[in-house]
Design a binder for this molecule. Structure first.
Ligand code: SF4
Ligand code: SF4
Ligand code: SF4
Length: 581
């Protein structure tokens, strides 16, 4: 690495050539304030909070876009810099609806934190009181947009464009009238938005957030005629601790289960079980398509954001999608049928809740083809963030809870089910089962390490029986588009594809706790959260293959018959529709 010498606040440092002043300051352990900057996603120098003074420049420069040079002297904290940053914050606040008392982002808001740090006069350039309140966009089943709080940092626009390749929202109008919105005055629900929530986790303030469904859950819990059950997706346990001050990468499964029991759910279950069931159905679907000439490559369907993306952008590949419902939907379908009977419950009295890291699941619960016998499979999908708020509001001291176990009879998930939450995990889980079935003997090696890791697109090739199976994994729909275009033009010859809408998979879903840019820019949340799932797979769980899960075996023996049976199709499979752009 080519190193150069710089002086930061009078102290000498050696830093790599080609980096920005902002990155160089990390070598001096100095955090420069930012509002618009997100590493590799939004580097536009727009908010002017990262102003610094450097030799050779006229005036102050934006550290996030200004490159270092050998011999450069950098000042980060002079009176002039502090005054300029403070004025810029006051200008941001001049057009901002300041309602910190009730704002969903209060205490996690990056603007609020900086306003406190810089002791700003929030009304110095007050103009907003004369302004007409901008209407909220409530059209989406997943996302709420409040432009009264938008500070025009454009992080959401970059996330939607660069990570997802969608561009559902962008800057409209000019000057003081500039707003972030869909084009042509549409509402979000009328665009090709896939409800992924990557815009929410990028937003520094309370201008974007999930539709809150917590009151519906509290109402159901308070209704003595209802049986309220919840199942927890693998990724929720990897991040819910962050809502209560734990470092990213803390496994909070035991406390999460204890907190949900304390909230009053009648049953708290592990969604790893239906991740295993998905693998059974999807693995056999793959085997059937290979043997009987079905549409290949088979593409996974457990990510509802990805499924909607496919319907909008690759409608001619809908037949390649697995017909399997996602694990949350399979869980609800099984709970309101087989398990209701086991537990002596009338399915009509069940309110089934799924705890998920994903805002797109809120859209999925209302999709066509996600109900049986006139009852929705899942009644309410609630994100990790909403769960965190419910626990806090109920006064439950999360940190001091003793670990609890999931409830019987759905308390066993395999390691294969656990790794569903990370990009490559569904593929690895499916390969463990498909390879063993096709080879007809136990696998010697069950770690398919080539499909692990956070790269956007991964390829691997495996010899299974007398067949070579080429597989690909993509996360983030911009990467999915690259991969699928390569499949369509013959560049890539693959038979099985895993796609997750969110970069890194569900662990980095749009419903996970929001970490400020200063954390996101320095910690790979995808990696640290996924490490919890791989640790559970390797060290904590008794079974590592979906077809070995004893509950899965029993469900097939007693109820479903065999994977892809008629009964399984009725309950566990669905269909898709082409959508316009
Ligand atoms: S977005 Fe931040 S500064 Fe604005 S009201 Fe909410 S918490 Fe307060
Ligand atoms: S939810 Fe996803 S697709 Fe929709 S606007 Fe946000 S980033 Fe774009
Ligand atoms: S909605 Fe949030 S992320 Fe998007 S521009 Fe406004 S403040 Fe920035």
């Amino acid at each position: 690495m080519n190193m150069i010498n710089v002086k930061i606040n009078g102290v000498d440092y050696s830093v790599p050539a080609g980096i920005t002043v902002l990155e160089a300051c990390k070598y001096a352990n100095i955090d420069i304030p930012t509002l618009c900057y997100l590493k590799d996603i939004n580097e536009i120098g727009a908010c002017r909070l990262c102003l610094v003074e450097v030799t050779g420049a006229r005036g102050m420069v934006a550290a996030c876009v200004y490159p270092v040079a050998d011999g450069m002297e950098i000042q980060t904290n002079t009176a002039k810099i502090r005054a300029a940053r403070k004025t810029n914050l006051e200008l941001v606040l001049s057009a901002h609806e300041k309602k910190c008392l009730t704002c969903i982002r209060s205490t996690t808001c990056e603007l609020q934190k900086l306003a406190q740090e810089y002791k700003v006069d929030e009304d110095r350039f007050c103009y907003s009181e004369k302004e007409e309140k901008k209407p909220l966009d409530l059209s989406s089943p997943s996302i709420l947009r409040d432009n009264n709080k938008c500070i025009l940092c454009r992080r959401c626009v970059a996330a939607c464009n660069k990570l997802q390749g969608i561009g559902a929202i962008g800057a409209t109008n000019r000057g003081y009238d500039t707003e972030i919105a869909p084009s042509f005055e549409k509402v979000l629900a009328d665009t090709s938005c896939i409800n992924c929530g990557q815009c929410i986790v990028a937003c520094p303030v309370g201008a974007l957030y999930e539709k809150d469904d917590t009151q519906k859950i509290l109402d159901a819990i308070n209704d003595p005629t209802k049986h309220v059950a919840i199942c927890c997706a693998p990724s929720v346990r990897t991040a819910i601790g962050e809502c209560f001050g734990y470092e990213p990468g803390t496994d909070a499964q035991g406390k999460m289960v204890a907190a949900l029991k304390a909230l009053g759910f009648d049953g708290v279950y592990d969604m790893n079980f239906t991740a295993d069931l998905t693998i059974m159905e999807e693995g056999y679907e793959f085997i059937n398509r290979v043997k009987n000439g079905g549409a290949l490559p088979l593409i996974t369907s457990c990510s509802p954001g990805w499924v909607k993306y496919c319907e909008h952008y690759f409608p001619d590949m809908i037949e390649n999608l697995s017909s399997c419902k996602s694990p949350q939907q399979m869980f609800g379908a099984m709970y309101k049928s087989y398990f209701a009977e086991k537990l002596g419950l009338d399915p009509k009295d069940i309110v089934f809740v799924s705890a998920i890291p994903c805002t797109a699941k809120k859209f999925e619960v209302g999709r066509d083809g996600q109900s049986n016998d006139g009852l929705p499979n899942v009644d309410i999908a609630v994100t990790t963030r909403e769960l965190g708020r419910m626990i806090e509001q109920a006064g439950i001291d999360f940190k001091s809870l003793a670990d609890a176990e999931f409830d019987s009879p759905i308390d066993i998930g395999s390691g294969a089910g656990a790794i569903f939450g990370a990009t490559g995990g569904v593929m690895e889980a499916a390969l463990r089962t498909a390879a063993e079935v096709l080879e007809g003997k136990p696998l010697e090696k069950i770690d398919f390490e080539e499909v692990r890791g956070t790269e956007g697109i991964k390829f691997a090739s495996y010899k299974i029986g007398d067949m070579t199976v080429n597989v690909a994994v993509a996360s983030g729909t911009a990467n999915a588009a690259k991969l699928l275009k390569g499949v369509q033009d013959g560049t890539y010859n693959v038979q099985f594809i895993e796609i997750m809408a969110c970069p890194g998979g569900c662990v980095n879903g749009g419903g996970q706790p929001i970490q400020p840019a200063v954390v996101r820019n320095s910690i790979d949340l995808r990696k640290v959260r996924a490490s919890i799932l791989y640790n559970a797979d390797a060290n904590l769980l008794g079974y590592r293959k979906s077809h070995e899960n004893p509950i899965v075996k029993k469900v097939y023996e007693e109820f479903l018959g065999e994977p892809n049976s008629h009964k399984a199709h009725e309950l566990l499979h669905t269909h898709y529709i082409p959508r316009g752009l």
